[in-house]
Design a protein around this ligand. Structure first.
Ligand SMILES: C[S@@+](CC[C@H](N)C(=O)[O-])C[C@H]1O[C@@H](n2cnc3c(N)ncnc32)[C@H](O)[C@@H]1O
Length: 300
């Protein structure tokens, strides 16, 4: 397939199977791929991949993962949001099989596994206790690098310091500066322990409630009689976009759905590309982008 310039794909939602669409992209042209593909056996998106058996998931995803690898720059990253399911009484291992396969067979390096904790997860069949487990209130976000170096910005994702730490940095409250002991009583023997960095390292558990029933996209869905069953929150996309890219970088979501990744990228002055197999979702995502960015301009 003849390769077009990457600029000809930018800031658009493209309809198609992502593995096929990506074959037209030039190699090493994307800074960050951030995506949430359909999970095994879970939702109906009105596409051929509506129901991928957990046993076939690695085989289904591998051609897409290879194309993503090809289009990433050498210092680019791939963030994969995914969850598993219970099959025949036990949690299926396809997510862990996939991660192992991506690293051992496709060439990615696992940088960090993140947990997206959704405190708004509603009670479900597991909540009655009859299946020997709780409901699952988190999903995974696996951050992979293509090469030995990747963009990483800690400052924009820092969490505000807790009250004790704020006092400590002002030389008050708990902790002992002379002995290098923090309010938590930990002593890291770290030269920079006294520095106020503007916030703390957020760690690996990202807490964001997934409550978006009254937002721009939901209103568009109601108007047009279409539903998108599984979106992730914009704050989740923003966390990885701010950490993994610089302004002006290119962010790709090859399973773009309602366009959440693209909207967050545009809001944060990144270039973006969305691909989705369902043309209705691409139309809705484009309408959402237009409304949300117009709203931002009006508010400015
Ligand atoms: C979990 S949803 C993504 C939701 C998105 N993160 C959001 O916040 O709206 C997965 C999307 O993948 C799309 N899809 C399924 N198979 C695809 C394929 N082979 N290529 C591109 N998109 C596909 C579905 O139509 C669906 O919109």
């Amino acid at each position: 397939m003849a390769k077009r310039s990457i600029q000809s794909y930018e800031n658009r939602f493209i309809v198609g199977d992502c593995a096929e669409v990506l074959k037209g992209f030039p190699p090493k042209s994307v800074d960050l791929v951030l995506t949430s593909p359909p999970y095994a056996d879970q939702r109906d998106y009105g596409t051929e991949s509506s129901s991928i058996s957990p046993d076939d998931y690695v085989k289904w995803f591998t051609p897409k993962a290879r194309q993503i690898y090809r289009v990433l720059k050498d210092n680019g990253s791939f963030v994969l949001n995914i969850s598993d399911k219970v099959v025949d009484g036990y949690q299926h291992l396809y997510v862990f099989e996939l991660v192992t396969h991506l690293c051992k067979r496709v060439g990615y390096h696992l940088v960090r596994d993140y947990i997206w904790y959704n405190p708004a997860t509603p009670p479900n069949v597991f909540s009655r206790g009859g299946f020997g487990r709780t409901k699952k209130s988190h999903e995974y976000c696996f951050w992979f690098a293509k090469g030995s170096e990747w963009t990483f910005n800690l400052d924009p994702i820092r969490r505000p310091y807790g009250k004790d730490m704020q006092k400590f940095l002002q030389g008050k409250g708990k902790g002992n500066r002379a002995d290098n002991i923090r309010p938590s009583t930990h002593n890291f023997n770290c030269e920079k322990v006294w520095t106020d960095n503007g916030g703390s390292d957020p760690g690996t558990v990202i807490e964001i409630g997934n409550t978006n029933s009254n937002d721009v996209f939901s209103k568009l869905c109601k108007e047009r009689g279409i539903a998108h069953p599984a979106r992730f929150p914009e704050k989740l996309a923003e966390f990885f976009i701010l950490a993994g890219t610089m302004e002006g970088d290119l962010v790709l979501d090859p399973f773009s759905g309602s366009g959440t990744t693209a909207v967050s990228a545009a809001r944060n002055q990144r270039r973006w590309i969305g691909i989705d197999a369902n043309p209705d979702y691409c139309d809705l995502a484009a309408a959402r982008m237009e409304i949300e960015l117009r709203g931002d301009r009006d508010d400015a």
